[in-house]
Design a protein around this ligand. Sequence first.
Ligand SMILES: NC(=O)c1ccc[n+]([C@@H]2O[C@H](COP(=O)([O-])OP(=O)(O)OC[C@H]3O[C@@H](n4cnc5c(N)ncnc54)[C@H](OP(=O)(O)O)[C@@H]3O)[C@@H](O)[C@H]2O)c1
Length: 343
Amino acid sequence: MKRKIGIVGATGYTGVELLRLLVSHPAVEITCVTSREHAGSRVDAMFPNLRGYLDLTFTAPSDEALSACDLVFFATPNGIAMKSAQTLLDAGTKVIDLAADFRIKDIAVWEKWYGMQHASPHLVEEAVYGLPELNRAAIRNARLVANPGCYPTAVTLGLLPLVENNLIDVAGIIADTKSGVSGAGRKAEVHTLLAEAGDNFKAYAVAGHRHQPEIAQTLSTIAQTAISPVFVPHLLPMIRGIHATLYAMLTTEADLQQLYATRYAAEPFVDVMPAGSHPETRSVRGANVCRMAIHRPGNGQRVVVLSVIDNLVKGAAGQAVQNMNLMLDLAEGTALQQPGLLP
Ligand SMILES: NC(=O)c1ccc[n+]([C@@H]2O[C@H](COP(=O)([O-])OP(=O)(O)OC[C@H]3O[C@@H](n4cnc5c(N)ncnc54)[C@H](OP(=O)(O)O)[C@@H]3O)[C@@H](O)[C@H]2O)c1
């Protein structure tokens, strides 16, 4: 029998990406898609790419209706999933939150960065951080998964082999990151207008960005020592894609190409390119893959890792489907095998 799936916030960019991926998943059936603003409208009237794939209308979010699902994705702003998660879990419904409600273990840190009181702090400890390359076994057994942020996915996967093996000076990590505008979601905002974001390039939130404590938490847990990388995001005039350029000083002469190739050899959604490569965001557009290359300029002591993802796929909906597959004991790559869309 197909598993019943609900999506809260199905009119947003990560919501429609979940729909695009899940309509071709053989083991699940989308039964409930919510929108407060568009309740009563057909999904394929808003998203014509889904015509012929999905015969559903948006409904207003209701915990009662969502509790009839086997698993519910929250593709909503921060602070929404935390209000419904306990009710759904009590009903036996598994939950994946694409927002940040369950990502940060220290409640005071979360409340500082997200500017609200946490509605279900008791669930934060239980929630599993949904990076399969790090937490696969725990995700398989989880009821509640905190899907990682888009930048944290690109940065963490890019640094993981170095940090796990204690091969860099962790005090000097710099994560220089760039994202396309779909990272800001579908809601209307001036800074993502074509005439503002097009033909332009800028940094933002240099003084502090919410993804910094998330990256710091994961890296610190892996290294078992406090790590607080410099994290600088930029806005690129493109729709999809994240490019992370990661810098650190090496404390080793180890063969880094071999290290990365071995660490990710069994990972279906991490691609380590040959030495000297430059991964491009367009090579992962629409694909659930983190593609990376490792450099050591001038053969010196500084390592430079280039890591690219599609923010809406490996950075959000694709990774969430990967987590769903693990949680429902399905083959991990189901519905996620498409290569990137080129050109
Ligand atoms: N965009 C990305 O690349 C990306 C990557 C990783 C993670 N994320 C995270 O994923 C989440 C969704 O992002 P997005 O880009 O898809 O956002 P979005 O395009 O702005 O969509 C948000 C969705 O949530 C619904 N919603 C808003 N307020 C709600 C509420 N109070 N209760 C229930 N539903 C509500 C909206 O529909 P209605 O208002 O009609 O209900 C809409 O469908 C965010 O937390 C974001 O930080 C995004």
